[in-house]
Write a protein that binds this ligand. Structure first.
Ligand code: FAD
Length: 396
């Protein structure tokens, strides 16, 4: 049975996350407005915070564990700010999830401590990753792969120590020819031409990458499987499984912003004397003001999205297949967080769009929830295929 009630220890862990997030919040506006600057690896308050906060409470079997706690903590961190962390280099990048999912034990040992970005998207390849045009050609005389191609919008692309990138080893094989390769920064032929400028999450270092005759050892192919199973796309499906955990994480990140917007709006409404009467019940709804009623609908949307996301994490923790649920929670959150932040802005009027507050930033920041890790349209395609038992050829 699924039970998301929190224990005392869970609450202590989440309060600690909230305290850290509140410090990060102080830097949110400054880093948003100075997009060209890189976020420092450590904020000045970091050492004091960890000294005063003491050790992380140890957990027992009754406490919330694994992916569900990770999702709750992610929401807590992103409540503070989408991009700012007290200490940043400690966190793994999307490439670390790919290494964990597809790497051999030896590869995980070798590169597990590096911060790894993940590069799939190219100027001509986004929603349909099977269109990857970056090539990897094996030079059997030197036992090296030679990479050529261009990647764009790579999250943590500047700070990462290396990248897991998708390249094709045989274009004629379509999806089956696509493999993941690990390339460390500093490898000749691997260039980082610029940081991308964006609508939101401006402090995040999203980068473009270029690979020009970039040679990497043969054993940098993740999983070391050079076979091309032309009859099936089994290998490709394997690499796509990384998304089953990164999609609920993306949903949780967006929900952190939505919760920040709801919390700040609730404060504003209460200060204005708007009563949020949750006990009004049938027949009593007439006592609610329009603003209160609208706000409560946004809260309900938030709860639905949060529950779908936690359910997906719970299934991952139980080892249950969660491909469908990961798309459901991502699709729902992508739309819900936009409706919530925009709804809060509309309730607040001028204060909502003023740069004296963070609402307008939250609206820009939350937009990404519906873009990376597969857009909302793509999630709905995956959901429809799953529910109707259609293949990707039946439903495009
Ligand atoms: C800030 C940021 C960070 C990112 N980080 C990374 C990263 O770390 N690594 C990485 O590899 N990529 C990253 N991306 C890229 C992101 O994953 C892609 O932008 C996304 O997959 C969409 O691809 P696209 O931009 O090429 O849009 P397109 O694929 O060109 O889609 C354009 C529009 O058409 C819709 N569409 C496409 N196909 C269909 C269809 N079959 N049915 C209905 N509608 C469809 C899409 O939903 C979208 O609305 C990042 C992007 C951003 C903005």
């Amino acid at each position: 049975m699924i039970d998301f009630r929190l224990t005392e220890t869970d609450r202590a862990q989440l309060e600690r996350t909230r305290a850290e997030a509140m410090i990060c919040r102080r830097y949110a506006r400054e880093l948003d407005e100075n997009e060209e600057e890189m976020i420092p690896d450590t904020l000045p308050e970091a050492d004091d915070f960890y000294a005063q906060a003491g050790p992380v409470p140890s957990t027992g079997p009754e406490d919330t564990q694994g992916p569900v706690m990770m999702l709750l903590q992610t929401m807590g961190h992103y409540w503070g700010d989408y991009s700012v962390r007290l200490k940043r280099p400690m966190r793994g990048g999307l490439g670390n999830a790919a290494l964990a999912a597809a790497g051999t034990e030896e590869q995980k040992r070798k590169w597990g401590d590096l911060l790894l970005s993940m590069a799939i998207t190219e100027p001509g390849c986004g929603s349909d990753p099977s269109r990857v045009a970056t090539t990897a050609v094996l030079d059997e005389t030197t036992n090296e792969w030679i990479l050529n191609g261009e990647k764009i919008f790579v999250t943590t692309g500047i700070r990462a120590h290396g990248v897991v990138l998708w390249a094709t080893i045989d274009k004629s094989a379509g999806r089956a020819g696509i493999k993941s390769f690990l390339v460390e920064k500093g490898t000749p032929g691997f260039e980082v031409p610029h940081k991308e400028k964006k609508l939101g999450i401006r402090a995040d270092d999203t980068a473009a990458y270029v690979f020009k005759d970039c040679r990497i050892p043969r054993e940098n192919l993740l999983g070391l499987d050079e076979s091309i199973p032309k009859a099936s796309s089994g290998g490709f499906r394997g690499v796509m499984k990384t998304f089953n955990m990164t999609r609920p994480l993306t949903a949780a990140m967006g929900l952190g912003i939505a919760e920040a917007a709801l919390d700040a709006t609730r404060e504003e409404l209460e200060a204005a004397g708007v009563v949020l009467d949750y006990t009004a019940g049938p027949g009593g709804l007439g006592r609610l003001s329009a603003a209160a009623e609208r706000f409560m609908r946004l809260e309900a949307l938030f709860e639905a999205s949060k529950l779908a996301t936690l359910q997906c994490g719970w299934m991952a923790g139980q080892g249950l297949p969660n491909n469908l649920e990961s798309s459901v929670c991502k699709a729902h959150a992508g739309s819900a967080v936009r409706q919530i932040t925009q709804g809060c802005i509309e309730i607040l009027g001028a204060a909502g769009v003023s740069r004296e507050h963070l609402f307008e930033k939250w609206m820009r920041d939350c937009r990404i929830t519906d873009i990376y890790e597969g857009t909302g349209e793509i999630q709905r395609l995956i959901i429809a295929r799953g529910l109707l038992d259609y293949t990707r050829h039946d439903l495009k």
